[in-house]
Each structure stands twice: as structure tokens, then as C-alpha cells.
Design a binder for this molecule. Structure first.
Ligand SMILES: [Zn+2]
Length: 459
């Protein structure tokens, strides 16, 4: 007798779809189809059985030390895990920033401790390089060998241009050791220049935020990132791409055979810059900002056509009070929104149900491609004998209105409040444990594990 059997559901992976029972033992999928019985059985008739979501882009720890007067993102590994579970995500990746004076290894040790204490689902950590000093560069090959096979760099960082040789050395080292470099593509100098002008003209209200980070700054940095990939033969992953023109650049690079991968995030699929006409515009701030309707259409076309490989949240939650802080202006609004609980349901509801993307594409975008690129596949990101039993029994007819106040993130609001969303998880299984059971979350703090990763797999 097996630990768990999921019976009668339609099992969906990136490459197949069919009605199959799934048998789970000791945290792994051990049987697909055939006769089996389980100590516990989940009824999945009329439901889909999906691989758990792999959202490799979240912010559950702060870039700065906590202290009096310091405002931090409001979710930690525990509340972030709960939001993930409620939305069908079973693996999360956290951006682990170097704080003042820390090496990459020191920052990872700090966040690993927090995750071991708090995470309720499995996780990986991306070291963020913001101080490319020799000590940190020397650690890159060691970190790759230890299973941290990614590195994050912000082209928008104040010191990027002054330390560009060091940053390029880091990207080259990462590539040579099987790591994928995540790049935030906005040009810092151009943005600083535009912001100075806005301040001089007194255009400081939140509605001017989209103008503070223009598309040309994203395109310039995206083109530079592509040139870096070309020069170093380095695989790069462009986080939260937002504009049609930046996507065009990536499409051309990929047609040239460059290992350039594109992530977008939910914000750019559902909202456009007209939101900034609202009185509480600041709540929509993220970097890059919301774009125009033609950009939103380009994102959907990119998901459909395969020019965009991954949808991840960039979950970076603040409360409404923090977002609407009157001390902030258009040039320094708090950036980021909560999205872990809504990412998969909304993409299913507004993508799969409307026919804009297929069910298998939905799985590629939310699970399989991220698992491959980040060295987790096939342990994560698919349903196969031997894979971790990270499974979602998905009710395609479950109807709910988004209400951030009653959701798991401590943000307490959602930018999608009031939207009707059809398709939600009914059960979520993480390494064989039922962690969402008909709406109630049963995962204890600290049950999550760090996943040692292999090299990036090129798509
Ligand atoms: Zn981010």
C-alpha cells in the first residue's frame, strides 16, 4: 500500500495529457497508472493533476538590515510559503541580497538560516551580486559546485557602470560553471537622468511613475545584456520583461541562437499604465512600471509563441500603507506587489480558459521551463516516476473573487482585488505531504527543504 494515491484526474505535463492515477511513496511519484491503493486517496475526478508551480522569483528576505525606522517587505519564508501553497506553487526561489560588507556566501548563509526556520515548501536561493569585490567573485565557482547555480545582477544598480568589468567577469565565471545569470534590465544612468528632470519640473506625483522609468531605458539595458551574452557566450535570464520593444530585442537574439531567456510577470499581463490615473496609483508601482496596451498584447503573444519562456511573480509585498507613503514621490515609490497566490489561478483563468495559451504551455511557463533553466528538472517541474511528488489537484471550475485582505500574503491587498478568477487548487501536495487540503493549509513552518541544483539546462 502506497502513502498517497491521486485517483481519477487528468494528469497534465508539458508534453502529455491523460487520465491516470498517481501513486506517491516517500515523497516521490512512484507509479503512474495501473492498480494501486493508498493509505490516503485524493479524489481528482473532473480535475486536473498538475506539477506544482516553480516560481523562482520572489523576495522573502530584505536587502537591508532590519532596524528602527527601516521598512522591509512584509512576507517572510513562512507567509510566502502559505501564499505559494494557496496558489499552487510548491517551489520558490528567493533573491538573496548582499548586505553591506557581506560576501555572497555570507548572505546565503543568513537567508538559508531564515528559510530553514520558516519555509513550509521547498526553495532555492539566488545570490544577488551587488558588490563584485574579489572575495565574492572567487566564491562563484564554489557556489556552483555546492548547488547554487544562478547569480542575479541588476544593470540598474548605481555601481553597474563604474564596476562593469567586474560584473562581466562575474557573468563569465558563472557561465563557465553552469550557472544562469539573472539580469534586471533597466539602464540606471538613463533613469537617474529622467528622474532629475521630473523633479526639476515638479512632476513628482505618483501618476508620473511610468514616465520615470521609460521603455527606452529597458530596451537599452536589454540590448546591452544581449551583447554581454554574445560576448561571453553566457546564458542570461532577463527578469520581469515588460515592453514589446525589449521583447523584440530578445526575439532577435534567440533567432541568432543566443542563450537568452525571458521572464515576464503577471502585472504586465493584466494591467496597463492607465492605472496610474487612479488616486492610489502608488499601489501599482513596480520596476519596470506598467506599460501600454500594445505591450500587454505583446506579452500575451510572446507567451503563446514561445518568445517568453517563464512567468514568475517577482513577489515583493508591501502593505497599502507602505505603498501609499506620502513621503515618497514618482522617482522613489516602493516597488513590488504580492502575487504568489494569484499567479497560477489568473494565468489559468485569463490564459487557458480564454484560449490564449494551451494547458501544456501553461505548465511550461509556470513549472517546466523554470525547473529546467534553474537546474531543478526533472526533480521538480514535471510529473514522472522518480520526480518529487509536488502535485496540484486543480479544480478548473472553482470560482473566486480576488480579495487580498483574506489572502495569505501579509500585504493585505491585491492589485487585482475584485477580479473574478476561475480555476484554483483544491489539493496541493509537496514532496508527498498534502499541504493544501480542500482549502485549508496544513504545512508546518520549517518543513521546506533547500534543493541542491544541477547546472542550467538550455531550452
Ligand atoms: Zn525581483
Amino acid at each position: 500500500m502506497l502513502n498517497l494515491v491521486i485517483r481519477g484526474g487528468t494528469v497534465v505535463t508539458a508534453g502529455s495529457l491523460g487520465m491516470t492515477d498517481v501513486g506517491v511513496q516517500d515523497g516521490k511519484v512512484v507509479q503512474l497508472g495501473g492498480s494501486m491503493t493508498g493509505r490516503r486517496e485524493l479524489d481528482a475526478r473532473d480535475q486536473y493533476v498538475l506539477p506544482g508551480g516553480v516560481d523562482i522569483h520572489t523576495h522573502l528576505t530584505s536587502p537591508v538590515d532590519p532596524g528602527p525606522g527601516v521598512e522591509l517587505w512584509v512576507d517572510d519564508f513562512y507567509s510566502g510559503s502559505l501564499a505559494a501553497i494557496a496558489g499552487g506553487v510548491t517551489t520558490i526561489g528567493n533573491m538573496t541580497f548582499q548586505r553591506d560588507g557581506e560576501t555572497l556566501r555570507q548572505s546565503l548563509a543568513r537567508d538559508l538560516q531564515a528559510a530553514q526556520r520558516d519555509a513550509a515548501i521547498d526553495y532555492i536561493l539566488h545570490p544577488v551580486l551587488s558588490d563584485p569585490a574579489p572575495a565574492s567573485l572567487a566564491q562563484i565557482p564554489e557556489l556552483a559546485a555546492e548547488g547554487h547555480t544562478s547569480l542575479k545582477i541588476f544593470l540598474v544598480e548605481d555601481n553597474f557602470d563604474s564596476l562593469v568589468d567586474e560584473y562581466l567577469e562575474a557573468i563569465q565565471l558563472a557561465a563557465r560553471h553552469g550557472m544562469l545569470t539573472l539580469l534586471h534590465c533597466e539602464d540606471g544612468a538613463l533613469i537617474r537622468c529622467v528622474c532629475r528632470e521630473l523633479l526639476q519640473m515638479g512632476r513628482t506625483a505618483a501618476r508620473h511613475f511610468p514616465a520615470s522609468r521609460p521603455i527606452f531605458a529597458e530596451v537599452a539595458a536589454t540590448e546591452r545584456a544581449i551583447a554581454i551574452s554574445r560576448a561571453l557566450d553566457a546564458p542570461i535570464y532577463i527578469v520581469h520583461l515588460s515592453s514589446a520593444r525589449a521583447l523584440d530585442s530578445c526575439r532577435r537574439a534567440r533567432a541568432d541562437g543566443l542563450p537568452v531567456y525571458v521572464e515576464t510577470r503577471p502585472l504586465y499581463l493584466y494591467l496597463t499604465s492607465e492605472r496610474f490615473a487612479e488616486s492610489d496609483a502608488a499601489k501599482y508601482a513596480g520596476a519596470p512600471p506598467l506599460r501600454e496596451p500594445e505591450d500587454l498584447r505583446a506579452m500575451w503573444n510572446g507567451l503563446h509563441a514561445g518568445d517568453i519562456q517563464c512567468v514568475c511573480t517577482d513577489h515583493a509585498p508591501w502593505t497599502l500603507r507602505q505603498k501609499l507613503d506620502p513621503a515618497r514621490d514618482a522617482t522613489n515609490l516602493r516597488q513590488g506587489v504580492a502575487d504568489l497566490e494569484t499567479m497560477m489561478p489568473m494565468l489559468f483563468s485569463e490564459g487557458v480558459r480564454t484560449g490564449r495559451i494551451s494547458l501544456s504551455r501553461f505548465i511550461e511557463l509556470t513549472c517546466t521551463n523554470t525547473a529546467k533553466l534553474f537546474g531543478l528538472y526533472p526533480q521538480k517541474g514535471t510529473i514522472a516516476v522518480g520526480s518529487d511528488a509536488d502535485l496540484v489537484v486543480w479544480n478548473p471550475e472553482a470560482w473566486r473573487v480576488v480579495d487580498g485582505a483574506s489572502m495569505q500574503s501579509r500585504a493585505g491587498y491585491s492589485v487585482y482585488d475584485g477580479r473574478e478568477v476561475v480555476g484554483w487548487p483544491r489539493f496541493v501536495v509537496s514532496r508527498g505531504d498534502v499541504v493544501l487540503d480542500e482549502g485549508s493549509i496544513t504545512a508546518p513552518r520549517g518543513r521546506g527543504r533547500w534543493i541542491r541544483r544541477g547546472p542550467t539546462q538550455r531550452l
